[in-house]
Ligand binder design. Structure first.
Ligand code: LUZ
Ligand code: MOS
Length: 775
């Protein structure tokens, strides 16, 4: 799939692009992954007598609970106990940002799949069987499934947010062209391979240890303490790794861990709760669908002078992370473009769907889809290529974002023009044109997708992390951080940092599980920031240890501290190798009673944001890039494939080209899936129809682009990125938006009457109907 052959054009552009890939380190988890030895929650050795739990959830999307009869279920042999809200000793409340979400429904239900009770039995099989024996009577209430309906009924999560720059109203009066329209982007199922789950084990004195598949161990710990009404120090949360998260386990890993802990607390026995795929699909929230309206105004020379949007976010039945996600939609509403007059508004609409949640990009993709739609619409109406308008408005150095941050070290134009040159855009476009001229039943389309993505949690107080580093007597090293490994390779990066600072082989370093007892009060592994925040903390801790060790070495070798360096497991004086090895140095430090443990705290400097003004400097830096997507559609069937996605991406100075390339490819394809084939469907009653892998299609090896080419732009990186290696987790997902517009262009090539539709995903059915739609 991936191709990175040396490129002639590339070789002549060495100043813009790195010549060869940096020596790549493999993701250290790959060894145990391919051998099937990697440990997940379901692999934890369970205590003898462990109970298994299944969640009983609402079979209606909205209503009052008239009665529930648990008697038959309770009578089933092997059923231990059924827990409801009445068994909660503390607060029956799990809302993270807004306290609006009960752990278990009390008197009413707000979404289909809302947890009502936890059935604990000797086996999962028995618990599942018991679930079928519960009788519930619900008095149904009107169900809202779309954001528009919610808006019409005044059903909101919180107050709207709005960003503005310049004077949009006035600017529209000066525009040569003004276009208005509506867009829709659907939700997206995370489909982590490992479903949600937790294992809770009671310890002595009422303490509980919980193994959880969570991106946010502290959120789990805090919420268990709140629900049980006990102190946080009684709860230890441990995470080895996740089989994927994608944001779906930032907040929504919590309820299952809390339920398992609640049952363990009452029963004084270990309890395991792992959702099966159907339960997971039905009970958990997804990416937020957005219904949006836009108004875009351009000058005669195609400068976007004014832009106005209203985003309706379908938040689901409770806040979850919706307010933060809504905020990030506003931050990315103008994507890679400088627009001097902007007014954006977002309404978090309360509906009767499962609370929608974080998903790679966190509202950013939804915001970018709207501006790209507005530009495509303008281009279509004016009769110019979309890329002409895109190119005319790319962000420049010192431009102001609508939220007040001044753009610095901008690579929007660089990645755009590098992509045009390296991939020879004239030849690509001519080939598409020639193909379309010579073919009637197949058409090709091509589209550019620039991205600009802000790095940091938009909530400034969350931007911190800690690392705890032990050097053991034998010179081996153990590192604990707040980073959760979920396949993104963060553990490998942490190991690289320590190996680099200590100058010892990675075999001497171990990354420990993520554990709230070793590293406390952590932010979730999210916002693409995990390697930056935890890496910086690791770097600080390792550097502090090296400083200490250098003093020991200087005393031992009778040399000045400033002349000492650690290199390849030895001490060097003035770059000359001494006889003192790393291991001996560590032993000597121990004899001198020097501390071989360090704990470091990192908090991103400079960032700030004032919500009363909606202005500030929320991001440590931005990640930039440009993708060119080419598609071919079969005009008889409406099916399509993506020939190539050619990307120039700003990695900064990548620490690991292999891992980062994996992130770009994975995110791109996840983005293409969201835009083209993944179709979440609820019926009017709020029942999830796309409730299995037979009715919800994610990209497989046959639907990924035939070639994905990623060329790194060698930038000087950013000091706030770890070792100048820019965050890579989320930004490339938005390259996938290019797939939507490539399809639009291919449809236009077939059907001259086609009036562009901005209604994602662009499934083959929609493509087919568009091909034959009359104006
Ligand atoms: N999570 C979060 C995120 O809590 N705040 C953010 O800004 C964010 N951004 C991206 C992904 N997850
Ligand atoms: Mo996230 S969407 O958990 O970075």
């Amino acid at each position: 799939m991936h191709k990175n052959k040396p490129n002639k054009v590339l070789d002549t552009k060495l100043d813009a692009v790195s010549k060869s890939l940096k020596q790549s380190i493999k993701n250290l988890d790959s060894y145990t992954h391919v051998r099937g030895e990697s440990l997940y929650v379901d692999d934890v050795n369970i205590r003898q007598g462990t109970f298994h739990a299944v969640v009983f959830d609402s079979p209606k999307a909205h209503g009052k609970i008239k009665s529930i009869d648990y008697s038959k279920a309770e009578a089933l042999e092997g059923v231990q106990r059924i827990f409801t809200y009445k068994d909660v000793p503390g607060e029956n409340e799990i809302g993270g940002i807004i306290p609006d979400e009960p752990l278990f429904a009390e008197n009413d239900v707000h979404f289909w799949g809302m947890p009502i009770a936890l059935i604990v039995a000797e086996s999962e099989f028995i618990a599942r069987k018991a679930r079928g024996l519960i009788d519930i009577e619900i008095e149904e209430l009107p169900v809202i499934t779309t954001a528009k309906e919610a808006k019409a009924k005044g059903s909101f999560i919180n107050a709207p947010r709005s960003f503005s720059l310049g004077d949009t109203e006035k600017a529209f009066a000066d525009c040569e062209y003004i276009f208005e329209g509506e867009t829709f982007s659907n939700g997206q199922e995370h489909l982590y391979i490992e479903t949600q789950g937790a294992y809770a084990e009671p310890l002595e004195n009422g303490n509980i240890k919980v193994t959880s598949s969570t991106q946010g161990p502290t959120a789990v710990q805090k919420t268990i303490a709140k629900v049980l009404g006990i102190a946080m120090h009684k709860i230890e949360v441990d995470v080895t790794r996740l089989g994927g998260g994608f944001g779906g386990k930032e907040d929504q890993a919590t309820p299952w861990a809390v339920m398992a802990a609640l049952a363990a607390h009452h029963l004084n026995q270990s309890v395991k709760l792992i959702l099966n795929r159907h339960d997971d699909l039905r009970m958990t929230g997804k990416r937020h669908p957005y219904e949006s309206t836009y108004k875009i105004g351009l000058s005669k020379d195609l400068k976007i002078i004014a832009y106005q949007t209203e985003f309706l976010q379908n938040s689901g039945a409770a806040a979850d992370l919706s307010p933060a996600i809504a905020e990030r939609t506003l931050f990315h509403a103008t994507n890679s473009y400088y627009i001097p007059n902007v007014t954006t508004k977002v309404l978090s609409c309360k509906t009767n769907l499962p609370p929608n949640t974080a998903f790679r990009g966190f509202g950013g993709p939804q915001g970018m889809f709207v501006i790209e739609s507005a530009i495509a619409k303008a281009a279509h109406e004016i009769g110019v290529p979309t890329r002409t308008i895109q190119e005319a408005n790319l962000l420049d150095e010192n431009d102001t974002f609508s939220y007040g941050q001044i753009a610095k070290k901008v690579e929007a134009k660089n990645t755009w023009h590098s992509a045009k040159n390296i991939f020879n855009i004239e030849a690509l476009e001519q080939a598409v044109e020639a193909f379309n001229k010579n073919n009637t039943s197949f058409k090709k389309g091509i589209a550019f997708m620039p991205i600009t993505f802000g790095i940091s949690f938009t909530n400034t107080p969350m931007n911190h992390a800690r690392a705890l580093v032990h050097i053991y007597l034998d010179g081996s090293v153990g590192i604990s951080t707040a980073a959760v490994e979920m396949g993104q390779g963060v553990n490998t990066k942490m190991m690289q940092i320590a190996a680099d600072v200590f100058s010892i082989p990675i075999e001497k370093i171990k990354i420990e599980t993520t554990n709230t007892t070793r590293v406390a009060n952590t932010s979730p592994s999210a916002a693409s920031s995990t390697a930056d925040l935890n890496g910086k903390a690791t770097l600080m801790a390792c550097n502090a240890l090296v400083e200490r060790l250098k003093i020991v070495a200087s005393e031992d070798l009778k040399a000045s501290v400033k002349d000492i360096t650690l290199k390849e497991e030895s001490v060097y004086i003035n770059n000359k190798k001494s006889a003192l090895t790393w291991t001996e140095l560590v032993s000597k430090a121990m004899l001198k009673r020097v501390a071989l443990t360090e704990n470091a705290h990192y908090a991103t400097p400079e960032i700030h944001f004032d919500k009363t003004k909606e202005k500030g400097h929320p991001f440590a830096y931005h990640v930039y890039g440009t993708a060119i997507t080419t598609t071919t559609i079969d005009c008889m069937r409406g099916t399509y494939e993506f020939e190539s996605v050619k990307i120039v991406h700003d990695y900064g100075k990548s620490m690991s080209e292999g891992i980062d390339l994996g992130q770009v490819e994975g995110a791109l394809i996840q983005g293409i899936g969201w835009m083209t084939m993944e179709e979440i469907a609820y019926n009017k009653d709020g029942k999830l129809l796309s409730n299995a892998l037979s009715t919800y299609k994610v990209p497989d090896i046959f639907s990924v682009p035939k070639t994905v080419e990623v060329i790194p732009v060698e930038t000087e990186g950013n000091d706030m990125a770890i070792l100048k290696s820019k965050a890579v987790g989320e930004p490339p997902l938005m390259y996938g938006i290019g797939a939507y517009f490539a399809l639009q262009n291919a449809i236009k090539a077939f059907n001259p009457n086609y009036d562009m539709q901005f209604n994602a995903p662009m499934t083959p059915e929609k493509v087919l109907m568009s091909l034959y739609k009359k104006a």
